[in-house]
Write a new protein. Structure first.
Length: 508
């Protein structure tokens, strides 16, 4: 059972949606118009921010990179000022994942952009990359496709069929990261290159065997590094834009004619790519060697297009997160009937307080998923099962969910029973904290009502909210026949204080 408005499409013809990709090298924004069920791109913005270049080994971001990032986001924010928040999605990738204190950047970044910014895992980044490429260049039915995306801080390797991924890997070997790691001080040499290829090859071994055994019918490279190398191949008259096993060593040899990075002279190479192209060519040569690649076509799409199509799914009846939750329920053997009972009651309570508590459909979705997954930890052990379930949800790669969304989901599952630790919501940004605590209160009540795991109907369940105060009214004759539930309800107000909520149970 879902909140009444959850399944209603939000997009109408003429609506605009926007996707922002905060990459380690460049920030991208794509704005599209929704027309007759399709997306038509009407604007693209790209700025070379080089945020990954401003990260130190301790995860700190230098002032210059921070300023470049915030100024870029302010310009992006001006362009999308009139687009409602529900139709904008901004995602941060490897550079923010590597920060020691991401919130110290995200808080001013969200203020500059005027929209929330979510952080995605490497494997979720890979899913979105594949989705963008698959929509831009639809694969042939039934055929497998390999997609390689070399970003600034990480490189993603994906095998998929149609619009779905089969395998996703993300390694910390992007063009900025690899240039800094293997060519410190900007010094180039054939010896360093050979040593770096050996080191990268050992890292690629963790998945290359599986990928080779699956195979693929075609391989595509996405994002700026692959595009730049393809343009170099064309400018050197080695190919017409593809990257081949014969052309790539010639590009490398021409690159290594320079002793230092600033002296690299490659035809077709733009000035802003020169400082990081060595790491990009290195990673791609290592990938060709590990995977036995012969030819890599260059895709015109990347993660930002994937974000657009993922957002389109979220605003219709094709939210990928629903499929992920269903898969988790099946994988961990969750009692579907009990989950449905708790979900229905939680959403019934939600509808009664959503206006007073200023909750929205995103909150309803998260509450719904938490209700479906609250018993996930039982697959590990009954003792502390809420703790086990929260750990799994926070640390798994769950397709469609950002890190913040998984942290909210984990916090709701962690606090749906027993005492509430002070640290339960520490991972959440301040903008999500109050609503997460309030959703947790609703889930606790719903779980409490169905502790007996029976299908009996609750005859009377009224809830009202006045700021932090919740008043719960139950049927007297019904509650008097359930002494265990009555005892739990008497103890619940003390536990719920940990959420900043004052619960007042009443009978009528």
């Amino acid at each position: 059972m879902l909140h009444a408005s959850l399944s209603a499409p939000l997009l109408q013809d003429g609506d605009h949606i926007a996707a922002i990709d905060l990459g380690s090298n460049s920030f991208h924004m794509v704005v599209a118009r929704y027309t007759l069920g399709q997306l038509r791109v009407i604007d693209r913005l790209r700025e070379s921010v080089r945020m990954g270049d401003g990260l130190d080994d301790a995860g700190g971001l230098d002032d210059q990179a921070r300023r470049r990032a915030l100024e870029c986001l302010a310009r992006f924010g001006q362009r999308i000022r009139d687009i409602p928040p529900a139709r904008v999605r901004a995602l941060a990738t490897n550079a923010v994942r590597q920060m020691a204190t991401p919130q110290s950047f995200l808080v001013p970044a969200e203020a500059a952009l005027g929209h929330p910014i979510e952080v995605v895992s490497g494997r979720e980044e890979a899913r979105l990359i594949y989705l963008g490429v698959a929509h831009a260049q639809p694969p042939r039915p039934g055929q497998l496709r390999l997609v390689i995306d070399i970003g600034g801080g990480s490189t993603e390797f994906i095998i998929g069929r149609g619009l779905e991924t089969l395998e996703r890997e993300s390694l910390q070997v992007g063009c900025i990261a690899s240039t800094r790691r293997f060519f410190p001080g900007g010094k180039l040499s054939k010896k360093r290159w050979r040593e770096a290829l050996t080191e990268l090859g050992s890292e690629f071994q963790q998945f290359s065997g599986l990928y080779r055994s699956l195979g693929w019918h075609e391989a595509l490279g996405s994002s700026g590094t692959n595009k730049s190398i393809g343009e170099i191949c064309a400018a050197m008259k080695l190919t017409k834009g593809a990257i081949t096993a014969e052309a790539l060593p010639q590009v490398r040899d021409r690159l290594l004619q320079a002793d230092r990075i600033e002296d690299i002279d490659l035809p077709g190479l733009s000035g802003d790519r020169r400082p990081i192209i060595a790491g990009g060519v290195l990673v791609l040569e290592a990938a060709f060697n590990a995977l036995g690649l012969q030819r890599l076509m260059v895709s015109k799409a990347a993660m930002r297009e994937g974000i657009l199509y993922d957002l389109l799914g979220r605003t219709s009846n094709n939210d990928p997160r629903d499929s992920s939750v269903s898969a988790l329920m099946q994988r961990y053997g969750i009692d579907e009937l009990q989950a449905a009972r708790v979900e229905a009651t939680a959403l019934h309570l939600f509808e009664q307080v959503e206006e007073a508590w200023e909750l929205d459909d995103d909150d309803a979705r998260m509450l719904s998923w938490a209700a479906r997954l609250h018993e996930l930890g039982l697959a590990i052990a009954h003792s502390q099962y809420h703790v086990h379930g929260a750990y799994v949800l926070e640390h798994s790669d769950i397709a469609g969910f950002s890190r913040q969304e998984q942290q909210v989901l984990a916090a709701l599952v962690r606090t749906h029973r027993r005492g509430i630790p002070k640290s339960a919501f520490d991972a959440l940004p301040d903008r999500l904290l109050l609503r997460a605590r309030r959703k947790a209160a609703l889930l606790r009540i719903a779980v409490l009502m169905h502790r007996a795991h029976d299908g009996g109907i609750i005859p009377h369940l009224d809830l009202s909210a006045d700021d932090a105060r919740l008043t719960l009214v139950l049927d007297r004759s019904w509650i008097e026949t359930r002494p265990l539930l009555r005892a739990d309800l008497l103890a619940e107000p003390e536990d719920m204080q940990g959420l900043g909520v004052i619960l007042q149970p009443m009978v009528a």
